[in-house]
Design a protein around this ligand. Structure first.
Ligand code: ASP
Ligand code: MG
Length: 401
């Protein structure tokens, strides 16, 4: 018994039968003697549909009005779910983000939560009600509605769990937890019992779209243990926490990311300040550079090769072309036929030979590595896109049994 925050994503409340399914999960949690705060997303594709509606009116709608529009999706879900709970005989009340006390900064469409004034929430809980809160939304200092960015309901749930000192924060989705690889691509991938915040952050940024990244950062910051589980299959999910038992699992997951482009600048003068010039140009445009490779000097020149998200590649190329003369004016090339395959595991910090096992698995498949990068808990390789699925399977076999 205690206070439990339960978050349900859009597919979990998609239609009448899914809403009653969620209501039953909440009702059971309540009947077991817990206080329950529920956070919901907009139903199904509602948010995408609203974005499409805005696009019918304007190619460049104002951010304030986008938030006014998008916040309506969650408001539908809270009302319908609360009605369903009441149908099941559960005392419940819905609250919008602002009624629930979410104060955010001014940044429309990507607002950050400043604090949560939990007074109203706590008084409703004291009246023995289940409180159903709209995710993804808050109010800024002008009393204008803001939203937290796509997938922001996870963040709402974690922030509430932290503010209310909840005993548990459960994130219900349409997958059964976090897997060692994408189970749709690799059926033998297994569900993890536990994963650390840091591992989850790496995997999320590598494209394991289970939890919104910011929600994991927040959970780590406030020490909120998360449980990711399915709203459709009642079985234990994956717990995300600070530290996990090291039961011999060196690698928690193998991830593939096709959102990568490789850019090369040839014949950059081999003098101080060149990397600074190139990467500060990209930083000014908020382009995320990931792996960087610099060749050793040949004569008076060197080559710079680096990766950026595919979605930012054209912007990167145009800013580099415009400013070419500032760093020597060598040829700039872009390749989009690559993928990044990575292994993640806190266990590799205390083990040697992890990289060589990965490279051996690739060698056995005849797969060529173009670039490599490592961090304390991650090793990534850039390889041909056409080799990526085979690489994931081979590496998975080498580490996970
Ligand atoms: N409805 C919002 C979205 O689709 C927020 C969320 O689902 O978490 O991005
Ligand atoms: Mg959604």
């Amino acid at each position: 018994m205690g206070l439990i925050v339960q978050k349900f994503g859009g597919t979990s409340v998609r239609d009448r039968s899914r809403i009653f399914n969620v209501a039953r999960i909440v009702a059971n949690t309540r009947k077991a003697g817990n206080d329950v705060v529920v956070v919901v997303s907009a139903q199904g594709d509602t948010t995408d549909d609203l974005i499409a509606k805005a696009a019918e009116i304007s190619a460049n709608p104002s951010d304030r009005e986008m938030d006014m529009l998008l916040s309506t999706g969650e408001q539908i879900s809270i009302a319908l779910l609360t009605m369903a709970l009441q149908e099941l005989g559960i005392s419940a009340i819905s609250l919008t983000g602002w009624q629930a006390g979410f104060a955010t900064n001014r940044a429309y469409t990507k607002a950050r939560i400043r604090r949560i004034n939990t007074e109203r929430l706590e008084s409703e809980l004291a009246r023995n009600r289940v409180v159903v809160v709209a995710g993804f939304q808050g109010l800024n200092r002008n009393d204008d509605i803001t939203t937290l960015g796509r997938g922001g309901s996870d963040t709402s749930a974690v922030a509430l769990a932290a503010a209310l000192h909840a005993d548990r924060c459960q994130i219900y989705t349409d997958v059964e937890g976090v897997y060692t690889a994408d189970p749709r691509k690799l059926p033998k991938a297994t569900k993890l019992k536990e994963i650390t915040f840091d591992e989850m952050l790496e995997l999320a940024s590598l494209g394991a779209q289970v939890l919104n990244n910011r929600s994991v950062e927040l959970a780590k910051k406030y020490g909120v243990e998360l449980e990711v589980l399915s709203s459709l299959n009642p079985m234990p999910g994956t717990v995300v926490k600070e530290e996990t038992k090291v039961e011999g699992m060196l690698i928690k997951g193998v991830a593939k990311d096709e959102n990568v482009a490789v850019i090369s600048i040839l014949e950059v003068p081999d003098v101080p300040g060149m990397s600074f010039k190139v990467f500060s140009l990209l930083a000014q445009r908020n382009i995320n550079v990931d792996i960087i490779l610099q060749s050793s000097g040949r004569g008076n020149n060197k080559d710079l090769t680096f990766t950026v998200p595919l979605t930012e590649a054209q912007t990167a190329i145009s800013v580099l072309e415009e400013n070419k003369n500032r760093f020597g004016g060598g040829a700039i090339s872009l390749s989009t036929e690559y993928a990044k395959v990575s292994i993640v595991g806190a266990g590799m910090q205390s083990h040697s030979g992890v990289a060589s096992t990965m490279f051996e698995a690739l060698f056995n498949q005849g797969i060529n590595i173009h670039m490599i990068s490592t961090s304390e808990i991650k090793i990534s390789v850039i390889i041909d896109k056409t080799d990526a699925d085979r690489a994931v399977a081979a590496i998975h076999d080498a580490f996970i049994h």
